[in-house]
Ligand binder design. Structure first.
Ligand code: HEC
Length: 106
């Protein structure tokens, strides 16, 4: 009984630490172009007309699969958006897709 409780505690601690990690990955690897809030109000964002990830219309238009594909393989439309498959794990990429969903303007 106690053992099971300890396991559940360990798992929930691990997942909250994980959520923080993803925000850190975004800040370290994505923010410079996409902005902390995903609105792409950065030099690169303006130059390359990067989409505003907080826009509800954009959020609706892009499926999770499409986001995952661009992050994994890079954009076929714009070389500035590089492939992250060698730099991030599939779990981190999934985490980033979920993170991008949290950027949607309320
Ligand atoms: C050097 C600048 C740069 C960095 C760093 C960068 N991106 Fe991008 N990203 C772009 C550009 C430019 C585009 C627009 C590509 C296009 O028009 O297809 C883009 C497009 C995207 C798209 C697709 C948007 C759409 O509308 O289809 C996603 C998702 C994305 N980036 C996620 C990320 C994530 C997650 C990271 C960090 C791991 C990241 N990007 C890091 C420049 C960058």
């Amino acid at each position: 009984m106690m053992k099971r409780f300890a396991l559940v505690m360990a798992l929930s601690l691990a997942s909250s630490a994980y959520a923080e990690d993803i925000a850190d990955v975004w800040k370290a690897k994505c923010k410079s172009c996409h902005g902390e809030d995903g609105k792409a109000q950065t030099k690169m964002g303006q130059k390359e007309s990067i989409d505003d990830f907080s826009s509800p219309a954009w959020q609706k238009h892009e499926s999770d699969e499409e986001l995952r594909e661009v992050i994994t393989e890079g954009s076929s439309r714009n070389k500035k958006m590089k492939a992250y498959k060698d730099k991030l794990t599939p779990e981190q990429i999934d985490g980033l897709v979920r993170y991008i969903r949290t950027l949607k303007a309320k």
